[in-house]
Design a protein around this ligand. Sequence first.
Ligand SMILES: NC(=O)C1=CN([C@@H]2O[C@H](COP(=O)(O)OP(=O)(O)OC[C@H]3O[C@@H](n4cnc5c(N)ncnc54)[C@H](OP(=O)(O)O)[C@@H]3O)[C@@H](O)[C@H]2O)C=CC1
Ligand SMILES: Nc1nc(=O)c2c([nH]1)NC[C@@H]1CN(c3ccc(C(=O)N[C@@H](CCC(=O)O)C(=O)O)cc3)C=[N+]21
Ligand SMILES: [Mg+2]
Length: 278
Amino acid sequence: MAKLVDGKRISQEIKDELKAEVADLAQQGKTASLAVIQVGGDPASSVYVRNKKNACAYIGIGSESYELPEETTEEELLALIQELNQKEEVHGILVQLPLPAHIDEEKVILAIDPSKDVDGFHPQSAGALMIGSKGFLPCTPAGVIQLLKRSGVEMEGKNCVIVGRSNIVGKPMAMLMLRENATVTVAHSRTKNLKELCKQADILIVAIGKPKFITEEYVKEGAVVIDVGIHRLEGKKLCGDVDFDVVEPLASAITPVPGGVGPMTIAMLMNNCVETMR
Ligand SMILES: NC(=O)C1=CN([C@@H]2O[C@H](COP(=O)(O)OP(=O)(O)OC[C@H]3O[C@@H](n4cnc5c(N)ncnc54)[C@H](OP(=O)(O)O)[C@@H]3O)[C@@H](O)[C@H]2O)C=CC1
Ligand SMILES: Nc1nc(=O)c2c([nH]1)NC[C@@H]1CN(c3ccc(C(=O)N[C@@H](CCC(=O)O)C(=O)O)cc3)C=[N+]21
Ligand SMILES: [Mg+2]
């Protein structure tokens, strides 16, 4: 039976550490506040936005949220970002993705002041990660590293296969695993022999966006399996990109959905907010 990698517990541990640190920093007169912008009322996005606000309140930093209508123009959104860039009481800015199709995501991300880019999505943050200089780390991949470290999973010299190459998960994940001295392979929709490739992995990290895609045929006995995917099935039940029930018996350790990577993303966002105070 696989050991469950408990993202809920580990994220709580991190939030408690941050809460204590924020209390210390407050003694030195330091504060932080996060601004979250959501365009349109996507219900899944609203859940994440609520989780972020709750986490801010828990660790003791401020939060303000901007819920803009679906019809908001790119110009209006860019103007709000400029205003928040200038605002001294705002230390972190997060624009919930995806944005409506009429808004250019790249332009929006580029508009955020890199010193407030707590998502780590700005090209300056991405570049810093690539060359190993200081910058905000993207929350989901950074959360996966913390999950592995705090669960005692050795990464050095291990064969790590990452399925997915998005700018927010797959690509930065590869950079962070390289930093940990894993041997990294990145697979995607054009990869040939995906099953055979995944079966080589000591650590398999999946961020595809397809419910229960990864079955027992993709997994080596004893592998560590990290499931980044999150899907709401009919009846509101959540599941990941990994078919947990068939993979779990093979894996040495595996993340559940919910309670795996998701809560870690929030904890690492909080870490980035606290970073603006350090
Ligand atoms: N838990 C959390 O905090 C977070 C969870 N997520 C979840 O993670 C998942 C992935 O998100 P994201 O990276 O943004 O997704 P994207 O849709 O941006 O990227 C998906 C990637 O998977 C690849 N892919 C798609 N289908 C296949 C396939 N059949 N075989 C191999 N590769 C495939 C794509 O390849 P190609 O490049 O060739 O198109 C692409 O690189 C989603 O379920 C999302 O909801 C995302 C962010 C945070
Ligand atoms: N600019 C931006 N930054 C993001 O970090 C970002 C984003 N846009 N768009 C959407 C994705 C997705 N994401 C999640 C955050 C928390 C959970 C989370 O808390 N999940 C809980 C369950 C939540 C639930 O009940 O639905 C869990 O897995 O246990 C999941 C997913 C952040 N994202
Ligand atoms: Mg878009």
